[in-house]
Design a protein around this ligand. Structure first.
Ligand SMILES: [Zn+2]
Length: 51
């Protein structure tokens, strides 16, 4: 189960488009967006290759 890394809440809304993939926290005090780690790793690899 997903857990918000910012507030620790478990109420999240999955979100995905061409550039972003992750979970949007539905806690009224938080509302942060948690980007999935796998996507960030792919971006890191791509940037390393580009350099
Ligand atoms: Zn949160």
């Amino acid at each position: 189960m997903w857990k918000c890394p910012f507030c620790g809440g478990s109420l999240g809304q999955p979100f995905q488009d061409s550039q972003l993939h992750g979970m949007l926290c539905l806690s009224p005090d938080c509302g942060r967006f948690d980007v999935h780690d796998a996507k960030e790793e792919r971006f890191a690899d791509w940037r390393e290759t580009d350099l």
